[in-house]
Structure formats: structure tokens, C-alpha cells
Write a protein that binds this ligand. Structure first.
Ligand code: SAH
Ligand code: SF4
Length: 357
């Protein structure tokens, strides 16, 4: 194992499929995590970039079988943030040293929504110029819409493929959702010039280690700039999660698998941005710190007003639901310091991979 880790650390793209599977199956992954962390240190340094996450609204036209805000979940109280509030949250993020924000919501394909986002981006450009990085995470859209938002100032887009297996994708979505469209959207985003991020859910029912190894290969094929992936977490008001009960042991397995995915992805791709996602924190109080120590370098603290957070539950046990943005900021700062890392305040934090293009 040590020789595999040494070879993978020395240069990118050195792992074959079987070696990835072997690493993903490790019972004790401490050496894997350490090797991935060293690669992260070499490319990025002992530092973490932040993205303030604004949850714009929970209306969604899709019905992904795993997601708590899917359109058929009628128990969700739907909301849409007014533009002035979103701008205020962006301003707060900027004033408090978050060099980037992420605007995320359910998927809405409608001209009214396209214009709303466009106008929002225009306002932010007037306020912040290019001093605030803006990532969109608004699902599948047409090429024209992606272009309009890019022209209006968004420069990154996050669209998870969820799984690179078309077969598993079909099991996780209703028949009118299309894997091919999702994949072609990722291609479109790259072609338009966005810094493009994608990723998968880890440990979702029906997924194999073979699938996960293929996912990492897919990240390379797509030449992604950033990877956002996290553990699958059940939501009881969904078809997939309604009868899943995670025991303590299941949660531990789930977090370990997610950490191994982060580490193997870092060892394979070397210079991309990798998020240590909130879903990790849902499984363990120090989940995001563990993600950083396994090779991730980005954290997305929530900056949405507290009153809305409870209505944006993609999964249950979402952390920081009752905290406000200031509390999240202080908590995060001390957590990052506790593992000897430093926050890159006020920086956009583009990935070295993107910068070298
Ligand atoms: N609607 C947009 C963005 C919001 S959903 C989209 O789907 O792209 C953002 C991500 O949340 C999804 O890509 C999915 O990977 C993740 N997600 C949804 N439900 C989840 C669950 N139950 N557990 C873990 N992650 C989940
Ligand atoms: Fe909607 Fe995204 Fe949830 Fe799917 S994952 S139901 S597109 S919010």
C-alpha cells in the first residue's frame, strides 16, 4: 500500500481502477489520509478557502428520490428569499472576509427566475466588482441561461453529477430525469467558461465501490476545477430515505467512506479545489475538520438567515440550523485553527488547477 501512496503522491493520475478500489476499501485509512493531506499542503498550503452559502429558496421542479425538498414533499414550507435580503447576506459575507459566496436553490427553469438571478448578479457586480467570487448552484438550465448568468458575473458553477453510473442515476431519480442531460450540462458549463465543479453522493443505496472509483475517473475525464461531494444522508419524507435508520456504526462507516473518497480524489487529481461539505458535519461534530485533514481545502459556512435554514433540509440532522451567521463564523474559525490550518480571509480561492489553465 505504501508504494501505491508514494507513486500517487509524486504525480497526478497515477492510480488505476483496482488501486482506487483498494484504497476505498481500507479498514484503517490513516496513511491514506496523511498522504492526501501532504499533497494538499504542496499545492494549496496550510490554508482553507471559504464560500458563504446562501440558500435562495426551496421551490424545486424536480423530484430526486433522495432529497428533502423534492417537489412531491408537501410537508415542506416553501420560501423564496427577496432580492434585498440576498444582497444583504452577500454584503455580510463580503464584510466578514468571505472572499466567495455560493447561491444555491432548488431547480427552477423559468424566465422569471432567470431574470431574478440575472438582476441579482448585476447588483452584486456593481457592489463588489470582482472582489467577491460568485458560484451558482441552481441545477440544470439551458445553454442560453447559463450564458446569461455568466455574462452577468457568475464565474463558477457547481452541478453534481450525483453518480457517474447511468444505471445508478436511474435508480435514484424518477424516469423523467435524464442522466445525459445532467452530464451535458456539466460540459456546457465548461464550454461557456465557468470554473466548473461537480461531485457525487457517497454511500447512497445501491452504490458500489466500483461505482465510486469510476466517479473519480469521471472527475478527471471532465477536467473539473472543483469537487463537491459528501455522504448521502436519509430524509424520512423521501422515497429513498423513508425506511433508512442509520445506527452509530452506519454513520461511522458513511463518514469513513466519504473521507476516503476525498483522499483518493486528492491523490488522483492533486490540484483541484475539494469541499469539506456540511453533510460530513451532520454525521460527526468535527466532520469538516476530518475532511480537511483528508485532503479537502474548501468550507461553505451557511450565511442564510437562521429563520430560513429549517426549510432547506436536503437531508435530516442538518447542522447549524439554529445558529446565526456570526456564530457559524466564530465556530468555524476556531475549528480551523484547532487543526493548525489558516483561513484565507478575503480571497476568492480559485483552484490551482483553474489558475494553471
Ligand atoms: N437543486 C440543485 C442544487 C441544490 S441540491 C441541484 O440539485 O443541483 C445540492 C446537492 O444536495 C445535490 O446535488 C445533492 O448531491 C445533495 N443532496 C440532496 N439530497 C441529499 C441527501 N439526502 N443526502 C446528501 N446529499 C443530498
Ligand atoms: Fe431539487 Fe436539487 Fe433536491 Fe433534486 S437535489 S430535488 S434538483 S433541490
Amino acid at each position: 500500500m505504501r508504494s501505491i501512496l508514494e507513486r500517487a503522491s509524486a504525480a497526478p493520475y497515477q492510480l488505476n481502477h483496482d488501486e482506487m478500489m483498494e484504497l476505498l476499501c481500507l479498514k484503517d485509512a490513516s496513511e491514506l489520509f496523511e498522504a492526501a493531506y501532504q499533497v494538499k499542503l504542496r499545492y494549496i498550503g496550510k490554508c482553507v478557502s471559504l464560500r458563504g452559502l446562501i440558500e435562495l429558496g426551496n421551490y424545486c421542479a424536480k423530484d430526486c428520490l433522495y432529497c428533502g425538498i423534492r417537489k412531491s414533499n408537501h410537508e415542506v414550507q416553501r420560501y423564496r428569499l427577496p432580492a434585498d435580503d440576498i444582497v444583504r447576506m452577500a454584503q455580510w459575507s463580503f464584510d466578514h472576509g468571505y472572499g466567495s459566496i455560493v447561491l444555491q436553490s432548488g431547480e427552477i427553469e423559468a424566465e422569471e427566475n432567470t431574470v431574478f438571478i440575472e438582476q441579482l448578479l448585476n447588483r452584486m457586480r456593481q457592489l463588489f466588482g470582482d472582489r467577491l467570487g460568485i458560484t451558482l448552484c441552481l441545477g440544470e438550465q439551458t445553454e442560453a441561461v447559463y450564458r446569461r448568468w455568466h455574462d452577468a458575473g457568475a464565474h463558477r458553477y457547481l452541478l453534481r453529477i450525483e453518480t457517474s453510473s447511468s444505471k445508478l442515476y436511474a435508480q435514484l431519480h424518477p424516469t423523467d430525469h435524464s442522466f445525459d442531460r445532467r452530464k451535458s450540462c456539466v460540459h456546457l458549463l465548461k464550454r461557456i467558461g465557468y470554473q466548473t465543479g461537480s461531485g457525487v453522493m457517497i454511500g447512497v443505496p445501491g452504490q458500489t465501490i466500483d461505482d465510486l472509483a469510476r466517479d473519480i475517473q469521471f472527475f478527471r475525464e471532465m477536467d473539473l476545477d472543483m469537487i463537491g461531494m459528501g455522504p448521502y444522508l436519509p430524509h424520512h419524507q423521501t422515497p429513498l430515505g423513508k425506511s433508512i435508520e442509520f445506527s452509530q456504526a452506519d454513520s461511522e462507516k458513511q463518514i469513513q467512506l466519504a473521507l476516503k473518497m476525498i483522499a483518493v480524489t486528492r491523490l488522483y487529481l492533486h490540484d483541484v479545489n475539494i469541499a469539506s461539505t456540511t453533510a460530513l458535519q451532520a454525521l460527526a461534530d468535527n466532520g469538516r475538520e476530518q475532511g480537511l485533514l483528508a485532503g479537502a481545502n474548501v468550507i461553505m459556512p451557511n450565511v442564510t438567515d437562521t429563520e430560513y435554514r429549517q426549510h432547506y433540509q436536503l437531508y435530516e440532522n442538518k447542522p447549524c440550523m439554529n445558529e446565526n451567521s456570526m456564530q457559524c463564523r466564530s465556530c468555524l474559525q476556531s475549528r480551523v485553527v484547532s487543526i493548525g490550518e489558516e483561513i484565507l480571509w478575503g480571497e476568492r480561492g480559485d483552484s490551482p488547477h483553474y489558475q494553471s489553465k
